[in-house]
Ligand binder design. Structure first.
Ligand code: G3I
Length: 366
């Protein structure tokens, strides 16, 4: 009997069952999270759920809290998927992040037009936007720890994106959104979130926004650098500069959507603008039968480069969230070119931790 128990213990150890998760090491300094989908929170994808529970202490909804999913028709809220996700987080003692209250993309189709198809007035859009914010934030009050209040309001050069929120309401739609979110749950943290944040134009405009919001008495706790990174972008020095710049404005910095695109990019392409699309071409999908070791090693190194930065800046950072769990479900298999085989995350298609996971754990245990 005793021998049997020893053998079982030994085999568990060799399977890595006792190995630390990312949250045990990285979690000593800041939250480490993942964006999760509905199948992962409702129990239909157990292997993914096991990885999430072992490695992450924070979750964010990849899609089900977005405007078009949660309020598909005006006044009709579809709570089921997001409620399941929040329950999964609460049951597993995770810090839950809400994504996202105001975003030009994936906004419900009815948000900007009246029944005749004409754009609504400024007052009407403010009413619709604030009702959406108030309803979501109140529904999850006390359970969602912090919200991406406004997502992607700037172009890469720092000019304001000409979204319908901007065109109809004006630049103060951002301030109105932050004030409304704060009213609905005064204890919730509030964030501004965007991609290409290592670019100087965006960095400067986001810093100016943070200062303006603070000067006008708005709560803003952190800036989210999405971090949809590639093998040769962003420049690491510029990326660090942005962390320092945002922290210097008196907010925490979060890496909110981290992944590393290992596939070739179409010419003149960058960022994470979901509406950018290019046609499939076999030469743009070079690793459909597996990632060569030499490339895998470069991806490992690139991940370590980023996590070394996070370690160095740990006092300024409050969360790092991966945009997905395993390569299998990453949005980067279908964007900006559909039908590719990408390898952007920390867990492979069989939900096995890639070697870099242990390297990251060692780095944060040192
Ligand atoms: O759910 C439908 C399904 O019913 C349908 O059969 C299928 C056919 O296309 O589409 C499914 O919806 C897709 C959804 O993801 C769920 O998989 C949408 O078409 C697709 O557009 C949507 O893409 C999401 C994208 O945001 C747009 O909302 C990605 O999963 C998600 O990773 C991505 O996340 C964004 C962040 O929210 C903001 N920052 C950039 C980031 C990456 O684009």
């Amino acid at each position: 009997m005793k021998t049997k128990a020893i053998l079982l213990a030994l085999s568990l150890i060799s399977l890595g069952a006792n190995a630390q998760g990312l949250k045990d090491a990285v979690g000593k300094y800041f939250l480490i999270g993942a964006a999760i989908n509905v199948n992962q929170s409702n129990g239909n994808d157990k292997p993914a759920a096991d990885v999430i529970k072992k490695h992450f202490n924070s979750i964010v909804a990849e899609n089900c809290m977005k405007g078009e999913c949660i309020q598909p028709e005006e006044g009709k809220f579809f709570w089921k998927d997001a409620d399941n996700l929040v329950k999964f987080g609460v049951d597993n003692h995770m810090t839950i992040i809400g994504h996202c209250l105001v975003w030009h993309s994936q906004a419900p189709h009815w948000m900007f037009t009246d029944k005749n198809g004409k754009y609504v007035t400024r007052d009407e859009l403010i009413k619709r936007m604030t009702t959406h914010i108030r309803t979501l934030v109140s529904h999850y009050k006390g359970r969602v720890h912090g919200w991406d209040v406004v997502n992607e309001a700037f172009n890469d050069d720092g000019t304001m994106r000409q979204s319908l929120y901007y065109k109809i309401i004006g630049p103060d739609f951002i301030e109105i959104a932050f004030k409304e979110a704060h009213k609905a749950d005064p204890k919730a943290e509030l964030y501004y979130n965007d991609y290409s944040m290592a670019k100087q134009g965006k960095r400067d405009s986001v810093c100016a926004l943070v200062k303006r919001l603070k000067a006008h008495g708005c709560r803003i706790d952190a800036v989210g650098m999405q971090s949809h990174n590639g093998m040769d972008y962003p420049d690491l020095k510029e990326y660090e500069k942005s962390i320092d710049a945002f922290a210097a404005c008196g907010v925490k910095v979060m890496m909110t959507e981290l992944d590393i695109n290992v596939l070739p990019s179409p010419e003149h392409f960058g960022g994470a603008n979901v509406s950018d699309r290019f046609a499939y071409n076999k030469s743009m999908n070079p690793y459909s039968n597996g990632l060569p070791d030499s490339v895998a090693q470069k991806v490992t190194q690139r991940y370590l480069d980023f996590f070394k930065i996070y370690y160095r800046h740990r006092s300024q950072i409050s969360r790092v969230t991966l945009w997905g769990v395993s390569d299998r479900g990453s949005w980067l298999n279908n964007w900006p070119i559909p039908g590719r085989t990408n390898y952007p995350l920390l867990f492979d298609r069989q939900y096995q931790a890639k070697p870099v996971v242990k390297d990251i754990i060692d780095l944060f245990n040192k």
